[in-house]
Design a protein around this ligand. Structure first.
Ligand code: PA5
Length: 417
């Protein structure tokens, strides 16, 4: 299970947190009871609704057929339509039986041409994931990929196309007309909350990820959080404390960790919190930095710059690899490393960073027992639930994104839609 620790030199912080939790408890109670005004967006709240045994089995069956036949699987989608799957695949895919490529998240012809080049000579499948199928980026990429597939496979191309969209959408009609496989994008789940649905799970399964374990992790976290109205509820603690820090003037949250496997997970997290909370001239700006690398870059700012941010560390507990920096014939003045494992060095770097940073800014540590499917499932559910609670404390609607819609409007106008 996940654990949350607070590293803050303010001795009163735990007391302040308890006061905040007491003041806001009504919000948690309403959420746990089920808020009718958000019912249309809460399809992710009970993982069973869109990831029950039957649904997971069907996704696994489709994925294993694709895995048998495809060298490459192109996930076409942007924002919530690809971030969750990509974060797990990039972290945990161990075989390259089917390589996963990404499109629909850029309009750069250079990047798209590079992606197309990688398809040459390969057996290719495509999944276009688009909830309303109006978004330009996936729509334009899907065109290019269809053209590629029809040129290569003729009418057989249809068998290699999967589309995940809303029921009754133009994407479903296209699937019916052209014989593509259609998967339902749950109407009551927004993109950034769709990790534990067909949206996130099919691409993960195609990459050989054990989605059953991932769903189990999310479901166990759901049980833990939804049954606990007390101050021991870690999502409740996290949601309250981030709002407290925001009120104290910390307007940025920096998510970080010492495992590069989290590189793409950070992007998922940034989108989840950025799109859910940044509204009505409010919200903590979510940023991420990968340590150790960024310690030698933004580390300077974090330590000595304007006190804008608090920091949340993801800290993996169980050692998953080992490598020793052994002495060789070169006198390199690194002998203090003799007999030391990189795991130990990485941990030393983590502890040193927390010690240094906590002098300047509040630090939160989220302990993750192991880097595996089960714990990714836990992290997804933990952060989605926390984000919902946190946005409610902040006083914004967690589930809309009016700002994104505004940008789309101007872009459509520029392109003469
Ligand atoms: O989380 C969200 O709702 C958004 O980020 C969407 O996922 C993103 O805009 C893509 O939308 P669509 O799936 O409709 O193309």
């Amino acid at each position: 299970m996940l654990k949350l620790r607070i590293e803050d030199k303010n001795q009163e912080i735990e007391k302040e947190l308890r006061v905040c939790m007491e003041e806001k408890r009504g919000i948690l109670r309403d959420i746990l009871k089920g808020e009718s005004k958000y019912q249309d967006s809460l399809g992710w709240f009970h993982t069973q609704e869109w990831a029950c045994e039957r649904q997971v089995a069907a996704l696994k069956k489709l994925a294993s057929k694709i895995r048998e036949e495809a060298d490459v699987f192109v996930l076409v989608g942007v924002g919530g339509s690809n971030n969750a799957a990509r974060s797990v695949i990039k972290a945990l895919q161990t075989d390259q039986k089917t390589e996963i490529l990404y499109a629909g998240n850029t309009l750069s012809p250079y990047a798209l041409n590079q992606m197309l080049q990688k398809l040459e000579g390969k057996s290719v499948y495509v999944d276009c994931i688009a909830k309303n199928f109006e978004t330009l980026e996936p729509g334009a990429s899907f065109r290019v990929l269809r053209k590629f597939l029809y040129k290569k496979y003729g009418e057989e191309a249809g068998k290699r196309i999967i589309a995940t969209g809303s029921k009754g959408s133009s994407l479903e009609r296209i699937c019916e007309q052209h014989g593509y496989t259609f998967l339902e994008f749950p109407e009551n789940v927004g993109g950034r909350f769709s990790a534990i649905t067909s949206v996130g799970l099919l691409p993960m399964a195609v990459a050989g990820i054990d989605i059953q374990k991932l769903v189990k992790g999310a479901a166990d976290m759901e049980k833990q959080l939804l049954l606990d109205e007390s101050n021991g509820n870690i999502a409740w603690q996290y949601a309250c404390i981030r709002n407290m820090y925001y009120k104290k003037g910390y307007s940025l949250e920096l998510l970080t960790g010492f495992e590069p496997q989290f590189r793409w997970f950070y992007k998922w997290w940034v989108q989840l919190f950025g799109e859910s909370e940044g509204k009505e001239n409010k919200g903590i700006f979510p940023v991420a930095a990968e340590f150790c690398e960024e310690l030698h870059a933004v580390g300077q700012y974090i330590q000595d710059g304007a006190p804008l941010m608090f920091e949340t560390f993801l800290d993996v507990q169980e050692q998953n690899a080992s490598l020793f920096a052994e002495k060789d014939q070169v006198e390199d003045f690194f002998d203090y490393l003799n007999g030391k494992d990189f795991w130990e060095m990485n941990k030393a770097s983590f502890h040193a960073t927390v010690k240094a940073h906590r002098e300047k800014l509040p630090c939160l540590i989220l302990e993750v027992e192991r880097m595996d499917e089960y714990h990714f499932g836990q992290l997804f559910y933990f952060f989605m639930f926390s984000c919902y609670v946190s946005a409610r404390i902040l006083g914004v609607n967690p589930f809309d994104q009016p700002g994104v819609e505004a940008y789309k409007k101007w872009m459509f106008e520029a392109l003469g839609k």
